[in-house]
Ligand binder design. Structure first.
Ligand code: 5AD
Ligand code: SF4
Length: 469
């Protein structure tokens, strides 16, 4: 692998922009308004990448379609984090044979983390011949060039060279909605947790220049966005590669200092890199949401070591204590893997006892899934799937009880929410801590902060009625 991060030169990006103009001309010459469909799997990083893909497609003259039927270009932005995510993609790519038969000019592209794995690219090449193009996360900025090649030659294009990764500034973005926005602050991951494929497919950690980030956030606030989430696989490493003497807490403080009424969030934080300074910065700024996603993965020290997480249960718990000490209202969420190779029932029970101790507001729980090329995939994994399913159910039941108790505690309280959408005639919004609230109200409240009295709850959400404005 090439180990150097490349900053993509502005001339190279300008060339892609010119290619977009050419593609636009190509369609205009035929009197056609082409349509594109982008389907996203996986995490927020992929959602953010899809906004770039849509931005590039819009610059090429494409209108966005609601589904794949009849679209002139289909892009599947894939996820490799677990086997199940990959199986879904293979199933959906397979089904596109029929869609393409009904619309023979259709171009099908696959990108995202699955395409960062050479064995997957080989499989697509050999067994999914209706796919016109593939690009991995490092090659995303070259999409216009790849699209033009596929359109003009009719041949398949594969851009899947491995690299440490690049930073490309100035790719056009087409965002969905006008209230919440994601802003990538860094890309890649250096942690190599033993179960995880991400460092292999997304390359080394690389931070965007703070001025670029501030410029993007200023623009979003001017356009009325009210909820900004800073994104990175491990935001707490932000700045280490820049040598500017600025860390993630500094960046957060600078953004929170921008004028306007908004909430600032971030994800994801690795516990080994979360600092007291970060918690203090959060506590000091009313604009930084009091919400922390702090994946623990396991509550057992031996398993944590095997996972290469580089913290202990005690260190994790003391971090949580500090966070709560400076922010008693802190909403905490986490990720947990059940059934890591060699995990015993007692070790799993340490995870159960940890969640009882921490009392997270919500958990994202996963059964371990072996990923080819990662160290954990080579470890002995004697526990049968059925047993792991049972542990998983115990964990979910325990967490549901905790989440419900916490939700019950909201009832009767008045909370400030940001209204961000409407579903079936009911408004939806989020509290500062990110809890989902449903309420009745006019759709022109979307994008507004509203005080709501919480009147009811479910495991997953709260119900409320607006206080008189
Ligand atoms: N199997 C199961 N879960 C995984 N995660 C990452 N890799 C795997 C894997 N191989 C989970 C971790 C991570 C979240 C995004 O996905 O909990 O925090
Ligand atoms: Fe994967 Fe660990 Fe990096 Fe998160 S920190 S992306 S779990 S390797």
């Amino acid at each position: 692998m090439d180990t150097k991060t490349t900053v993509i030169a502005s001339e190279d990006l300008a060339r892609q922009a010119r290619i977009c103009d050419e593609i636009k001309e190509h369609w205009r010459g035929q009197g056609i308004v082409p349509r594109a469909y982008v389907d996203t799997y996986g995490c927020q990083q992929n959602e953010a990448d899809s906004e770039k893909i849509r931005g590039m497609l819009a610059a090429c003259g494409y209108e966005m379609a609601e589904d794949e039927e009849g679209a002139d270009v289909i892009v599947l932005n894939t996820c490799a984090i677990r086997e199940h995510a990959e199986q879904r993609v293979y199933g959906n790519v397979g089904a596109l044979v029929h869609t393409k038969r009904r619309h023979p000019g259709q171009k099908i592209f696959l990108c995202g983390c699955m395409m960062g794995q050479p064995h997957v690219v080989e499989k697509i090449k050999k067994s999914y011949r209706h796919v016109d193009g593939v690009f991995n996360p490092h090659q995303l900025w070259r999409f216009p060039e790849l699209l033009r090649q596929a359109l003009s030659t009719g041949k398949r294009v594969f851009a899947a060279e491995d690299s440490a990764g690049s930073i490309a500034e100035g790719i056009p973005l087409l965002r969905q909605g006008g209230v919440k926005a994601w802003v990538s602050v860094m890309y890649g991951c250096n942690n190599f947790c033993s179960y995880c494929i991400v460092p292999y497919v997304r390359g080394r950690e690389r931070s965007r220049h703070p001025e670029e980030i501030l410029h993007e956030v200023r623009g979003l606030l001017q356009r009325g966005y009210k909820d900004i989430t800073l994104l990175g696989q491990n935001v707490n490493s932000y700045g280490k590669d820049l040598g500017l003497g600025i860390d993630f807490a500094d960046l957060l403080a600078e953004i929170a200092g921008l004028p306007g009424d908004f909430w600032l969030r971030f994800m994801t934080s690795h516990p080994k890199d979360a600092t007291k300074k970060l918690f203090d910065t959060m506590a000091a700024s009313p604009k930084i949401a009091k919400q922390f996603h702090l994946p623990v993965q396991s509550g057992n020290d031996r398993v944590l070591k095997e996972m290469n997480r580089r913290y202990t249960r005690a260190q994790y718990l003391s971090l949580v204590d500090y966070g709560r000490q400076v922010m008693p209202e802190l909403v905490l969420t986490s990720d947990i893997i059940v059934g890591f190779p060699g995990e015993t029932e007692e070790e799993f029970e340490d995870t159960l006892s940890l969640i009882e101790k921490v009392r997270y507001d919500a958990l994202f729980t996963f059964i371990y899934s072996p990923r080819k090329g990662t160290p954990a995939a080579e470890m002995a994994d004697p526990v049968p799937r059925q047993e792991k399913n049972r542990w998983f159910d115990r964990l979910v039941t325990a967490q549901n009880k905790i989440s419900e108790e916490i939700h019950l505690g909201y009832v009767g309280k008045t909370v400030k929410i940001l209204v961000d959408g409407a579903e079936d005639g009911v408004l939806t919004g989020r509290t500062e801590g990110g809890r989902l609230v449903r309420l009745a109200g006019p759709t022109d409240w979307i994008g507004r902060f509203v005080d709501v009295e919480i009147t009811g709850h479910t495991t997953w959400s709260l119900e409320g009625k607006p206080k008189v404005q």
